[in-house]
Design a protein around this ligand. Structure first.
Ligand code: PLP
Length: 358
């Protein structure tokens, strides 16, 4: 067999799913419970309040949806927009590409703003579009905060500033899948209308909860948005929030206890300390890559990501071979290069509950 892991402890360094800390594993090791009993709604009520802190919002409404990041994307789009709506979306790597594909399949009219893989969102093009759009035909800006395929972090404060400079009312929908809980993210301050993440990334949980947070403006937009939605309809959640039972369908009890434990760990360390730790580990990784004589796929310092580093390999080496060898020889999982950068980069994930030695 070519692709089995070798001896020794498994070292998981893909940029998600990430290692689950022991206290979280222990918190999840439990039987099922009746989600209609008083205990689970009481727990959910507190979780919904606490989860707002990872988005840095007081005015947002969170939804804990049994899904992945891809479902969270769909929830953000279908609850706020109608088929045919014009949106601006930035293509800078595999995950922004997949989100754009979803936007197109949901029948939105997407202005795709493409950059080289390794560059951030082209905000000059955004500025030109906003300046030109006096009729406000653009209904939403969709942006991936941290493109996990290339290790590129976009400047969301700048996007907000441009929207404000042009007095443009477009909704700001942000994929924070590999940023929230690890990078500086300020939903209220940056006027983000929908922010979303997945449990298997910086929260260091198993896959299975898509966490979506909607601003008051996004909730208002959902009242007139015509996209078909069933499983992802925020309204169903809101109905049950009002009733105080919280769940329109069965949640994973174990994941809820896991989320509780994960949030406790983050709050105990302090969210700003968690962010500072990611910044330190990100810098350390980049310094190591430089010391190896290799280059970062990210083309400018302003876009360097503190959660994932995509390392360019010399043209005579296939990066897939490096990933295979790391797996086989060291029981070490590194991220493959995806799509356009397949064979050209390997990725080191440095997000979640980890320190300098793991
Ligand atoms: N967005 C980003 C930035 C991601 O990195 C990923 C997955 O890695 C996704 C979205 C898709 O998330 P999922 O695989 O949980 O559906």
């Amino acid at each position: 067999m070519d692709y089995v892991n070798g001896p020794g402890r498994h070292h998981l360094f893909v940029p998600g799913p990430v290692n689950i800390p022991e206290p979280v594993i222990r918190a999840m090791n439990r039987n099922n419970e009746d989600y209609r009993s008083p205990a689970i709604p009481a727990m959910t009520k507190v979780l919904l309040e606490d989860v707002k802190m990872i988005f840095k919002t007081t005015s947002g409404t969170p939804f804990l949806i049994p899904t992945t990041g891809t479902g969270a994307w769909e929830s953000a789009l279908t609850n706020t927009l109608s088929p045919g709506d014009r949106i601006v979306s930035f293509l800078i790597g595999q995950f922004s590409l997949l989100w754009i594909d979803q936007q197109q399949r949901l029948k939105f009219n997407v202005d795709v703003v493409e950059s080289d893989w390794g560059q951030g969102a082209n905000l000059e093009v955004l500025e030109a579009k906003l300046a030109e759009d006096r009729a406000h035909s653009i209904k939403a800006i969709c942006i991936v905060h941290n493109e996990t395929a290339t290790g590129v972090t976009n400047n969301l404060a700048k996007v907000r500033q441009l929207l404000d400079d042009y007095g443009h009312p477009a909704l700001l929908l942000v994929d924070g899948v590999s940023s929230i809980c690890a990078l500086d993210f300020r939903m209220d301050e940056w006027g983000v209308d929908v922010a979303l993440t997945g449990s298997q990334k910086a929260l260091s949980l198993p896959t299975g909860i898509g966490i979506v947070c909607a601003s008051p403006k996004a909730l208002e937009a959902s009242k007139s948005a015509k996209s078909v939605r069933v499983f992802f309809d925020w309204n169903d959640y809101l109905k049950f929030y009002k009733l105080g039972t919280y769940w329109p369908y069965t949640p994973s009890i174990q994941l809820l206890y896991g989320l509780r434990a994960a949030l406790d760990l983050i709050f105990e360390e302090g969210l700003d300390n968690v962010i500072a730790r990611h910044s330190r580990l990100g810098k350390a990784t980049r310094l190591a890559v430089e010391a190896w004589g290799l280059k970062n796929c990210t083309q400018k310092e302003e876009w360097y990501s503190d959660t994932v580093t995509a390392v360019l390999v010399p043209p005579y080496i296939d990066s897939t071979e490096i990933v295979k060898r790391a797996w086989k020889r060291y029981n070490l999982s590194l991220g493959l290069g995806l799509n356009k950068v397949a064979g050209k980069v390997f990725r080191i994930g440095h997000l979640g509950n980890l320190n300098e030695v793991l």
